[in-house]
Design a protein around this ligand. Sequence first.
Ligand code: FE2
Length: 291
Amino acid sequence: MQKCDDPVVLDQWYAVCAEDELVDGVVNTRLLGAELCCGREPGGKPVVTADGSPVPVRQRYGFVWTTLGTPARDVFDIEESREPDRRYVPCGWITLRTSPGRVVENFLDMAHFPFVHTGILGGDANTEVAKYQAEIRHDVDEVWATNCRFFQPQVSAATEGAYAQLTYRVPAPYMVMLYRVSPVDPSRRDAIALFIQPIAEDLCRAQPVMYLVDPDSEHTDLLHFEQIIFLQDRIIVENQRPLLLPLEPREEIPTRADSSSVTYRRWLKSKGLRWGALPFTQVHPSKEGSR
Ligand SMILES: [Fe+2]
């Protein structure tokens, strides 16, 4: 498998296994084309090697994180993880045969709710994406989309239909989060992260990890709700072409609903990101010829 040589992608932290996966031994997996082995020292501290060489390790949010480069920052902060009354729901790894950028972009996209998550996150009667704001926050070097509202027939595991109030955050090129005003306590926001582990340019696995304000729902109900949604997303995202994320603005015609996607691609392009994306300078003869 071809190894990643893109410093933008290498110099990031990635969650590569849940800590409880190490209870029974080692986890062999792959990251950016390298063979990873995750295990524990005799004292219990996780250790990770990439192609046989030790690599840095962090423990955050119940996961072992590593990097194949030299990140300028630590693993991004999820402040909701420190609130002890929240429900912590890691939802399990799901393998996706597409690029990590496509997975991020699908997570940011509200327009597909009525068509892909019919009866759950959207319905035929409410298909319009209202205007929202998407921006690159240069002070923190993240992408945020705010003021997002969408009518959802079933906002969470336990509630009926309502306008979900959503905020999206892209804290690293291949990580993404959603904050949702809690259906059971509107003064607080549920935090839902998607930890993406890029394996190859067109192959990754991802795990939703939720910190919810929901004292009453059964754990399995919370888990199954999110798993159903994510499996619906997998079908869609694996069928998008090209598999690599186009950074060239001409490639796909944006609409107002795509503002977060356009901002995300612009952010990646400004970083000079190459791995997992179609380069900005690539010319497509069929499109060029039709002008
Ligand atoms: Fe979706």
